[in-house]
Ligand binder design. Structure first.
Ligand SMILES: [Zn+2]
Length: 69
């Protein structure tokens, strides 16, 4: 399980895998950053870049050994 903060705020999203984490982050984005998601100036290339940046962040984050919850 990895915990990474949102790239726009301090919200923490958790996930076992990148896909699971991305799902958690996406639901947060829909609630908190809907304006960013609906930005018409952002195209598929921006989305891809965003995904890649987050994948890099996820991969470089060490898996937490102790779970508090
Ligand atoms: Zn956020």
């Amino acid at each position: 399980m990895k915990t990474l903060t949102c790239d726009l705020c301090d919200h923490e999203a958790r996930g076992e895998t990148f896909e699971k984490w991305m799902e958690a982050l996406k639901s947060h984005y829909i609630e908190a950053h809907a304006d960013v998601m609906n930005d018409p100036s952002k195209g598929e290339a921006d989305m891809k870049k965003w995904m890649e940046e987050n994948k890099t962040r996820f991969d470089s984050e060490a898996t937490s050994s102790k779970e508090t919850t």
